[in-house]
Design a protein around this ligand. Structure first.
Ligand code: AHG
Ligand code: MN
Ligand code: MN
Length: 335
Protein backbone atom coordinates (compact mmCIF):
# COMPACT_ATOMS: atom_id res chain seq x y z
CA UNK A 1 0.00 0.00 0.00
CA UNK A 2 1.25 3.47 -0.84
CA UNK A 3 2.12 5.30 2.35
CA UNK A 4 0.59 8.78 2.48
CA UNK A 5 1.76 11.11 5.24
CA UNK A 6 -0.65 13.49 6.88
CA UNK A 7 1.26 16.42 5.36
CA UNK A 8 0.83 15.01 1.84
CA UNK A 9 -2.85 14.42 2.60
CA UNK A 10 -3.30 18.03 3.78
CA UNK A 11 -1.59 19.43 0.69
CA UNK A 12 -3.78 17.28 -1.55
CA UNK A 13 -6.94 18.57 0.14
CA UNK A 14 -5.61 22.13 0.11
CA UNK A 15 -5.46 21.90 -3.69
CA UNK A 16 -9.02 20.53 -3.84
CA UNK A 17 -10.59 23.09 -1.52
CA UNK A 18 -10.92 26.75 -2.58
CA UNK A 19 -11.09 27.80 1.12
CA UNK A 20 -7.97 26.03 2.29
CA UNK A 21 -4.92 28.25 2.46
CA UNK A 22 -1.27 27.71 3.22
CA UNK A 23 -1.88 29.38 6.59
CA UNK A 24 -4.49 26.79 7.55
CA UNK A 25 -2.26 23.91 6.46
CA UNK A 26 0.59 25.45 8.48
CA UNK A 27 -1.66 25.64 11.56
CA UNK A 28 -2.50 21.95 11.29
CA UNK A 29 1.15 21.11 10.69
CA UNK A 30 2.20 22.82 13.96
CA UNK A 31 -0.68 21.17 15.81
CA UNK A 32 0.43 17.76 14.55
CA UNK A 33 4.03 18.45 15.56
CA UNK A 34 2.83 19.39 19.06
CA UNK A 35 0.91 16.10 19.23
CA UNK A 36 4.03 14.14 18.30
CA UNK A 37 5.98 15.88 21.09
CA UNK A 38 3.18 15.14 23.60
CA UNK A 39 3.08 11.53 22.42
CA UNK A 40 6.82 11.16 23.03
CA UNK A 41 6.48 12.51 26.59
CA UNK A 42 3.50 10.25 27.36
CA UNK A 43 5.33 7.18 26.08
CA UNK A 44 8.00 7.76 28.75
CA UNK A 45 5.58 8.79 31.51
CA UNK A 46 6.38 5.86 33.79
CA UNK A 47 10.15 6.46 33.49
CA UNK A 48 10.20 10.19 34.20
CA UNK A 49 8.88 12.01 37.25
CA UNK A 50 5.78 13.21 35.41
CA UNK A 51 3.02 11.02 36.87
CA UNK A 52 0.58 12.21 39.53
CA UNK A 53 -0.91 15.59 40.34
CA UNK A 54 0.57 19.06 40.56
CA UNK A 55 -1.45 19.76 43.71
CA UNK A 56 -3.44 22.42 41.85
CA UNK A 57 -7.15 22.57 40.99
CA UNK A 58 -8.06 23.89 37.53
CA UNK A 59 -10.91 26.16 36.40
CA UNK A 60 -13.09 23.05 36.06
CA UNK A 61 -12.60 22.26 39.79
CA UNK A 62 -10.56 19.18 38.88
CA UNK A 63 -7.11 18.04 40.06
CA UNK A 64 -4.42 19.07 37.58
CA UNK A 65 -2.13 16.19 36.61
CA UNK A 66 1.51 16.97 35.78
CA UNK A 67 0.88 15.73 32.24
CA UNK A 68 -2.12 18.10 31.87
CA UNK A 69 0.33 20.94 32.48
CA UNK A 70 3.02 19.50 30.20
CA UNK A 71 0.61 18.94 27.30
CA UNK A 72 -0.93 22.40 27.80
CA UNK A 73 2.50 24.09 27.78
CA UNK A 74 3.66 22.19 24.67
CA UNK A 75 0.56 23.20 22.73
CA UNK A 76 0.42 26.78 23.94
CA UNK A 77 4.13 27.47 23.27
CA UNK A 78 4.12 26.18 19.70
CA UNK A 79 0.66 27.30 18.63
CA UNK A 80 1.02 30.92 19.77
CA UNK A 81 4.06 31.13 17.47
CA UNK A 82 2.38 29.51 14.45
CA UNK A 83 1.20 32.81 12.95
CA UNK A 84 -2.30 31.61 12.08
CA UNK A 85 -4.16 32.35 15.35
CA UNK A 86 -5.85 35.38 16.90
CA UNK A 87 -6.79 33.56 20.15
CA UNK A 88 -6.65 30.20 21.87
CA UNK A 89 -8.67 28.59 24.61
CA UNK A 90 -7.61 25.59 26.68
CA UNK A 91 -9.58 23.46 29.10
CA UNK A 92 -6.84 24.25 31.63
CA UNK A 93 -7.02 28.07 31.41
CA UNK A 94 -9.90 30.10 32.84
CA UNK A 95 -9.60 32.91 30.28
CA UNK A 96 -8.82 33.19 26.57
CA UNK A 97 -5.12 32.81 25.81
CA UNK A 98 -4.01 35.98 23.98
CA UNK A 99 -1.35 35.82 21.28
CA UNK A 100 1.71 37.84 22.38
CA UNK A 101 1.75 41.17 20.52
CA UNK A 102 5.20 40.52 19.03
CA UNK A 103 4.06 37.25 17.39
CA UNK A 104 2.45 37.13 13.93
CA UNK A 105 -1.27 36.38 13.91
CA UNK A 106 -4.00 35.16 11.58
CA UNK A 107 -7.77 34.66 11.50
CA UNK A 108 -8.09 31.30 13.24
CA UNK A 109 -9.11 30.43 16.79
CA UNK A 110 -7.85 27.21 18.39
CA UNK A 111 -9.73 25.53 21.23
CA UNK A 112 -8.28 22.45 22.89
CA UNK A 113 -8.40 19.91 25.67
CA UNK A 114 -4.65 19.27 25.98
CA UNK A 115 -4.99 15.97 27.80
CA UNK A 116 -8.36 14.24 27.90
CA UNK A 117 -8.89 11.38 30.34
CA UNK A 118 -5.88 12.46 32.39
CA UNK A 119 -7.08 10.57 35.46
CA UNK A 120 -6.15 7.44 33.42
CA UNK A 121 -2.52 8.38 32.98
CA UNK A 122 -1.22 6.90 36.25
CA UNK A 123 -2.63 3.49 35.30
CA UNK A 124 -1.23 3.56 31.75
CA UNK A 125 -4.59 3.67 30.00
CA UNK A 126 -5.40 5.68 26.87
CA UNK A 127 -5.53 9.46 26.94
CA UNK A 128 -5.94 11.99 24.15
CA UNK A 129 -5.84 15.59 22.91
CA UNK A 130 -8.98 17.15 21.38
CA UNK A 131 -8.94 20.25 19.15
CA UNK A 132 -11.42 22.55 17.46
CA UNK A 133 -10.61 25.28 14.92
CA UNK A 134 -12.88 28.26 14.26
CA UNK A 135 -12.42 31.31 12.10
CA UNK A 136 -13.12 34.84 13.29
CA UNK A 137 -15.69 36.88 11.32
CA UNK A 138 -14.17 38.29 8.14
CA UNK A 139 -12.52 41.70 8.28
CA UNK A 140 -11.81 41.82 12.05
CA UNK A 141 -8.27 42.27 13.30
CA UNK A 142 -6.26 42.42 16.55
CA UNK A 143 -7.00 40.05 19.45
CA UNK A 144 -10.19 38.04 19.08
CA UNK A 145 -12.88 39.03 21.57
CA UNK A 146 -14.79 36.52 23.67
CA UNK A 147 -17.89 37.15 21.49
CA UNK A 148 -15.92 36.14 18.39
CA UNK A 149 -14.83 32.92 20.08
CA UNK A 150 -18.25 31.84 21.41
CA UNK A 151 -19.43 30.31 18.13
CA UNK A 152 -21.62 27.24 17.63
CA UNK A 153 -19.81 24.03 16.65
CA UNK A 154 -21.41 24.16 13.20
CA UNK A 155 -18.95 26.99 12.40
CA UNK A 156 -15.87 24.81 12.96
CA UNK A 157 -13.51 24.71 9.98
CA UNK A 158 -11.72 21.67 11.37
CA UNK A 159 -11.76 19.42 14.41
CA UNK A 160 -10.08 16.26 15.56
CA UNK A 161 -8.23 14.36 18.24
CA UNK A 162 -5.04 12.49 18.92
CA UNK A 163 -5.39 9.21 20.77
CA UNK A 164 -2.32 8.10 22.72
CA UNK A 165 -3.15 4.39 22.80
CA UNK A 166 -1.25 1.20 21.93
CA UNK A 167 -0.37 3.27 18.86
CA UNK A 168 -0.78 7.03 18.57
CA UNK A 169 -3.55 8.00 16.15
CA UNK A 170 -4.63 11.31 14.67
CA UNK A 171 -8.24 11.54 13.50
CA UNK A 172 -9.52 14.78 11.99
CA UNK A 173 -11.89 16.42 9.57
CA UNK A 174 -11.70 19.68 7.65
CA UNK A 175 -15.32 19.20 6.52
CA UNK A 176 -14.48 16.68 3.81
CA UNK A 177 -15.01 13.42 5.69
CA UNK A 178 -13.06 11.96 8.59
CA UNK A 179 -9.60 10.52 8.08
CA UNK A 180 -7.42 8.58 10.52
CA UNK A 181 -3.62 8.42 10.61
CA UNK A 182 -1.33 6.22 12.69
CA UNK A 183 2.03 7.48 13.96
CA UNK A 184 4.87 5.36 12.64
CA UNK A 185 7.50 5.95 15.33
CA UNK A 186 10.29 4.72 13.03
CA UNK A 187 9.51 7.33 10.38
CA UNK A 188 8.22 9.95 12.85
CA UNK A 189 5.19 10.60 10.62
CA UNK A 190 1.45 10.04 10.83
CA UNK A 191 0.54 7.75 7.92
CA UNK A 192 -2.97 7.45 6.47
CA UNK A 193 -4.43 4.24 7.93
CA UNK A 194 -8.20 4.93 8.13
CA UNK A 195 -9.43 6.92 5.08
CA UNK A 196 -13.10 8.04 5.02
CA UNK A 197 -14.20 6.74 8.41
CA UNK A 198 -17.96 6.12 8.71
CA UNK A 199 -19.98 5.29 11.85
CA UNK A 200 -22.38 2.38 11.25
CA UNK A 201 -26.02 3.56 11.47
CA UNK A 202 -26.56 1.30 14.48
CA UNK A 203 -24.12 -0.36 16.86
CA UNK A 204 -24.28 -2.88 19.65
CA UNK A 205 -22.23 -1.14 22.35
CA UNK A 206 -23.35 1.49 24.85
CA UNK A 207 -20.91 3.48 26.94
CA UNK A 208 -21.89 5.37 30.09
CA UNK A 209 -20.67 5.74 33.69
CA UNK A 210 -23.39 3.70 35.41
CA UNK A 211 -21.95 4.70 38.80
CA UNK A 212 -23.93 7.92 38.36
CA UNK A 213 -27.28 6.09 38.14
CA UNK A 214 -28.39 7.20 41.60
CA UNK A 215 -28.21 10.81 40.37
CA UNK A 216 -30.08 10.25 37.08
CA UNK A 217 -33.59 11.48 36.29
CA UNK A 218 -36.35 8.99 35.42
CA UNK A 219 -35.90 9.87 31.74
CA UNK A 220 -32.15 9.18 31.81
CA UNK A 221 -32.72 5.84 33.54
CA UNK A 222 -35.16 4.92 30.80
CA UNK A 223 -32.59 5.93 28.16
CA UNK A 224 -29.92 3.64 29.60
CA UNK A 225 -32.44 0.86 30.27
CA UNK A 226 -33.33 1.02 26.56
CA UNK A 227 -29.79 -0.05 25.72
CA UNK A 228 -29.89 -2.78 28.40
CA UNK A 229 -32.83 -4.42 26.67
CA UNK A 230 -32.84 -3.53 22.97
CA UNK A 231 -31.14 -5.58 20.26
CA UNK A 232 -29.21 -4.46 17.23
CA UNK A 233 -30.66 -5.15 13.76
CA UNK A 234 -28.55 -8.29 13.51
CA UNK A 235 -30.00 -9.53 16.78
CA UNK A 236 -27.08 -8.74 19.11
CA UNK A 237 -27.63 -7.76 22.75
CA UNK A 238 -25.84 -4.47 23.48
CA UNK A 239 -22.54 -4.78 25.37
CA UNK A 240 -21.17 -2.18 27.75
CA UNK A 241 -17.73 -0.55 27.41
CA UNK A 242 -16.44 2.48 29.35
CA UNK A 243 -12.81 3.58 29.34
CA UNK A 244 -13.44 6.89 31.14
CA UNK A 245 -11.40 8.82 28.56
CA UNK A 246 -13.76 10.48 26.11
CA UNK A 247 -11.30 10.29 23.19
CA UNK A 248 -10.89 6.54 23.64
CA UNK A 249 -14.61 5.90 24.13
CA UNK A 250 -15.41 8.05 21.11
CA UNK A 251 -12.77 6.40 18.94
CA UNK A 252 -14.25 2.97 19.63
CA UNK A 253 -17.70 4.35 18.82
CA UNK A 254 -16.45 5.87 15.56
CA UNK A 255 -14.91 2.58 14.46
CA UNK A 256 -17.46 0.06 15.79
CA UNK A 257 -20.64 2.11 16.11
CA UNK A 258 -22.89 2.31 19.18
CA UNK A 259 -23.34 5.21 21.56
CA UNK A 260 -21.37 7.15 24.17
CA UNK A 261 -23.43 9.00 26.77
CA UNK A 262 -22.61 11.52 29.48
CA UNK A 263 -26.04 12.73 30.65
CA UNK A 264 -26.79 15.57 33.06
CA UNK A 265 -27.56 14.38 36.58
CA UNK A 266 -28.52 15.88 39.95
CA UNK A 267 -24.83 16.39 40.85
CA UNK A 268 -23.95 17.84 37.41
CA UNK A 269 -27.11 19.57 36.18
CA UNK A 270 -25.37 20.87 33.01
CA UNK A 271 -23.55 17.57 32.34
CA UNK A 272 -19.81 17.11 32.80
CA UNK A 273 -18.28 17.50 29.37
CA UNK A 274 -17.15 20.84 28.00
CA UNK A 275 -19.11 22.06 24.97
CA UNK A 276 -16.32 23.89 23.15
CA UNK A 277 -13.25 21.72 23.73
CA UNK A 278 -14.85 18.25 23.99
CA UNK A 279 -18.44 17.88 22.74
CA UNK A 280 -18.43 20.22 19.69
CA UNK A 281 -15.23 18.90 18.02
CA UNK A 282 -16.32 15.28 18.47
CA UNK A 283 -19.83 16.18 17.24
CA UNK A 284 -18.25 17.65 14.07
CA UNK A 285 -16.41 14.36 13.50
CA UNK A 286 -19.51 12.27 14.25
CA UNK A 287 -21.60 14.17 11.70
CA UNK A 288 -18.81 14.10 9.10
CA UNK A 289 -18.76 10.31 9.59
CA UNK A 290 -22.55 9.97 9.12
CA UNK A 291 -23.25 9.69 12.86
CA UNK A 292 -25.04 12.08 15.25
CA UNK A 293 -24.34 14.08 18.39
CA UNK A 294 -27.09 15.42 20.62
CA UNK A 295 -27.56 16.97 24.04
CA UNK A 296 -30.71 14.83 24.38
CA UNK A 297 -32.90 17.46 22.71
CA UNK A 298 -31.08 18.53 19.57
CA UNK A 299 -27.82 18.84 17.69
CA UNK A 300 -24.72 19.68 19.71
CA UNK A 301 -23.41 21.64 16.70
CA UNK A 302 -26.26 24.16 16.99
CA UNK A 303 -25.59 24.99 20.63
CA UNK A 304 -24.22 28.50 21.06
CA UNK A 305 -21.85 28.50 24.06
CA UNK A 306 -22.80 31.13 26.64
CA UNK A 307 -19.28 30.97 28.14
CA UNK A 308 -15.85 29.52 27.34
CA UNK A 309 -16.20 26.56 29.69
CA UNK A 310 -19.92 25.84 29.16
CA UNK A 311 -20.86 22.21 29.78
CA UNK A 312 -23.34 19.97 28.05
CA UNK A 313 -24.90 16.54 28.26
CA UNK A 314 -23.61 14.42 25.34
CA UNK A 315 -25.08 11.49 23.39
CA UNK A 316 -22.89 10.66 20.41
CA UNK A 317 -22.41 7.86 17.92
CA UNK A 318 -24.60 5.81 15.56
CA UNK A 319 -27.51 7.81 14.13
CA UNK A 320 -30.20 5.28 15.11
CA UNK A 321 -28.88 4.95 18.66
CA UNK A 322 -28.79 8.73 19.20
CA UNK A 323 -32.31 9.01 17.70
CA UNK A 324 -33.56 6.48 20.28
CA UNK A 325 -32.25 8.74 23.08
CA UNK A 326 -33.95 11.86 21.66
CA UNK A 327 -37.20 9.91 21.29
CA UNK A 328 -37.21 8.92 24.97
CA UNK A 329 -36.32 12.42 26.27
CA UNK A 330 -38.94 13.89 23.89
CA UNK A 331 -41.63 11.70 25.46
CA UNK A 332 -40.80 13.09 28.94
CA UNK A 333 -40.76 16.70 27.71
CA UNK A 334 -44.27 16.35 26.28
CA UNK A 335 -45.70 14.77 29.44
P1 AHG B 1 -10.44 15.54 31.36
O1 AHG B 1 -9.43 14.49 31.74
O2 AHG B 1 -10.00 16.32 30.15
O3 AHG B 1 -10.83 16.41 32.52
O4 AHG B 1 -11.76 14.83 30.83
C1 AHG B 1 -12.35 13.80 31.60
C2 AHG B 1 -13.69 13.48 31.02
C3 AHG B 1 -13.70 12.56 29.82
O5 AHG B 1 -12.49 12.24 29.28
C4 AHG B 1 -14.33 11.29 30.33
O6 AHG B 1 -15.14 10.71 29.38
C5 AHG B 1 -15.08 11.72 31.52
O7 AHG B 1 -14.42 12.85 32.03
C6 AHG B 1 -15.12 10.64 32.56
O8 AHG B 1 -15.84 11.11 33.62
P2 AHG B 1 -16.32 10.14 34.81
O9 AHG B 1 -15.05 9.75 35.54
O10 AHG B 1 -17.22 11.04 35.61
O11 AHG B 1 -17.04 8.97 34.21
MN1 MN C 1 -11.42 16.02 28.62
MN1 MN D 1 -8.25 17.58 29.93
Amino acid sequence: MAEITVTEHLLLYQKKSPHATGMFTGLLYDLILSAKIISRRIAKAGLLDILGGTGEINVQGENVQKLDDIANNILTWRMERCGALCAMSSEENAELIRIRPDFPRGDYILIFDPLDGSSNIDVNINVGTIFSILRRPHGNSGDATLEEVLQPGANQVAAGYVLYGPSTMLVFSTGQGVHGFTLDPGVGEFLLSHPNMRIPSQGSIYSVNEGNRKNWSKATREVVDWFHTCRSRDGKIYSSRYVGALVADFHRTLVNGGIYMYPADSAKPQGKLRLMCEAAPLAFLAEQAAGCASDGRGRILERVPEQLHARTPLFIGSADDVAAVERIYGKYEKS
